[in-house]
Design a binder for this molecule. Structure first.
Ligand SMILES: [Fe+2]
Length: 220
């Protein structure tokens, strides 16, 4: 019911950068705890259909926005404060298929928000978090058009969770939205206690590799 609201933004795909090939094995990191986040209360607050979608524009591109705030989800146990600012989480030793995350941060009037923090953390492609350092952790800021981009890898499954990417989005001086992003066609989605189909990335195979699009709509 909700996936259609996050339509493809063609201009974003054109902005996809060439992603480097994934590299070799990750050094030793702590194994994830089985059942992480499963104790969390299900927050499958299915977003209601706004009925009358509105949209903002960025030049020729129409940005999908219905004014309904992006559903919040649990932070989980693996957030590490004070991550570095960077445009790419891909570095030597990171396992996984490259993907470019991109989209807009918008307010509930569908106006793009410049300078918003988009803070991402996730497992590598093998389902392993780095809880000792900042591998696959970092934040970026939206540009003047409210757009963010972050190079990363497709996360793997680990016990109790489907592939997912954690995110905190914060407009300048605004409230933090904590949520998660999921992948389409992951069988484990259906077995997850907090999975919300409204949070599925729109994944596209482009000439430059995988792109995952998610717009975040945040309350003031
Ligand atoms: Fe997680």
């Amino acid at each position: 019911m909700s996936a259609h609201r996050f339509r493809r933004v063609a201009a974003l795909l054109a902005a996809a950068v060439v992603l480097s090939a994934c590299t070799v094995q990750l050094p030793i990191t702590p194994a994830p705890v089985a059942g992480e986040e499963m104790a969390a209360t299900a927050e499958a607050a299915t977003a209601t259909d706004a009925g009358q979608a509105t949209s903002a524009t960025d030049g020729a591109a129409e940005i999908a926005c219905d004014g309904q705030p992006t559903p919040a989800q649990t932070e989980g146990p693996y957030y590490t404060p004070n991550p570095p600012q960077r445009a790419s989480l891909i570095e030597e030793g990171v396992v996984g298929d490259p993907i470019l995350l991109t989209g807009y941060v918008l307010d509930t009037d569908c106006q793009p928000i410049a300078g918003a923090v988009v803070d991402v953390w996730q497992t590598d492609g093998a389902g392993v978090y780095d809880n000792a350092g900042y591998r696959l952790r970092g934040y970026t800021l939206t540009d003047d058009a409210g757009r963010y981009t972050m190079e990363t890898v497709v996360p793997g499954e680990y016990p109790g969770r489907p592939p997912h990417i954690h995110v905190k989005v914060q407009p300048p001086g605004g409230t933090i939205l904590t949520s998660q992003m999921y992948f389409p066609d992951a069988a484990a989605n259906a077995r997850d206690g907090i999975f919300n189909p409204a949070l599925i990335l729109e994944v596209q195979e482009t000439a430059n590799g995988l792109t995952g699009v998610m717009n975040f709509i945040v309350a003031p």
